[in-house]
Design a protein around this ligand. Structure first.
Ligand code: NAD
Length: 285
């Protein structure tokens, strides 16, 4: 078998971002500039890098973007007050609270405080329920980005066996619902799953979102399957590796995302997409 074709997330994300920029320009001409506010608490270095990347992408798309930087000693009440003010501010279309929050802060309560219309991460109870009910709402960025990667390569989900590794609210569970909505037959594997290899071997599409470098072996992959690797694992040598053993998996897969340059860039593109949708709604269409 010839090696898998690469799913170039970097290129697809760039395409999506330029489409967003074009659509944003139309809104801006009507007097509404999409506006994103990122709330960053404390000084976690990785969070600072993520926020810088989001900031840069938003500026490039023509959005207004602002970071509210708060000290690591911010109280729950103060953070909820900041979120409340952003909820009320009509010039703000998207609010993102960068995770993880410093210890002592209740992340779930903060997410719950975000106005669902401005919840561009798609994590509030209202948006989670909207996804489960098949209603309109902001979809979580990383799983929505996975779907776009499949769509842009015409990799159909309908009737296919999809195996998702990981059951987080951020990736695994929402991807399960998105894939179900597309009429896939979906299995979720998790830390208590027995015989992961046998479960993965059934999949036409594998989505790995665990956080364990090289967990998925090439020998497990059904020949020709599409493999989306969400994992971001920093190795001791500083390199980033996904959850899939890329070299062995690419020998059997039909399609595969690299790490980095696969799913990662799509997350930011979908964040912009949700913010644009929110701005369009605020502009009345
Ligand atoms: P999480 O820690 O919340 O969830 C991990 C999941 O993996 C859990 O549901 C757990 O049951 C499951 N799991 C643990 N061990 C397992 C095993 N041996 N077999 C099968 N499942 C197992 O993680 P998360 O927030 O969903 O993130 C997962 C990975 O994706 C991390 O590496 C994270 O950095 C990465 N991530 C990447 C992006 C991106 O933009 N590319 C976005 C979010 C998360």
């Amino acid at each position: 078998m010839s090696p898998a074709r690469l799913i170039d997330g970097k290129q697809i994300a760039a395409d999506v971002r330029s489409e967003i920029k074009r659509d944003a320009a139309v809104l801006i001409a009507r007097g509404v500039r999409p506006s994103l506010v990122v709330v960053l608490v404390g000084d976690d270095p990785a969070s600072h890098v993520y926020v810088r990347n989001k900031d840069k992408a938003a500026v490039e798309a023509g959005f207004a973007v602002r970071t509210v930087q708060l000290s690591a000693t911010t109280t729950q009440r103060d953070l909820e007050r900041v979120v409340g003010e952003l909820n009320e501010d009509r010039s703000v279309h998207g609010i993102l609270v960068q995770m993880p929050l410093p210890q002592g802060l209740d992340a779930r309560a903060i997410i719950d405080a975000i106005d669902p219309d401005k919840d561009v991460d798609g994590l509030t109870p209202t948006n989670v329920a909207a996804l489960a009910l098949g209603r309109a709402g902001h979809r979580p960025c990383t799983p929505a980005g996975c779907l776009v990667l499949l769509d842009r390569h015409d990799i159909a989900l309908e009737g296919r066996d999809v195996v998702v590794l990981g059951r987080s609210m951020l990736v695994g569970k929402p991807f399960l619902l998105l894939a179900l909505e597309r009429n896939a037959t979906v299995t979720i594997a998790h830390s208590k799953t027995r015989d992961l290899a046998a479960v993965v071997a059934r999949a036409d599409i594998v989505v790995a979102a665990v956080g364990r470098a090289g967990l998925v072996r090439g020998a497990w992959i059904k020949p020709g399957a599409a493999v989306l690797d969400v994992g971001i694992n920093r190795l001791e040598n500083g390199r980033i590796q996904g959850d899939v053993d890329f070299e062995s998996a690419r020998e059997r897969a039909g399609w595969i995302t690299p790490v980095p340059g696969g799913v990662g860039p799509m997350t930011i593109a979908m964040l912009l997409s949700n913010t644009l949708a929110s701005a369009a709604r605020a502009a009345g269409g």
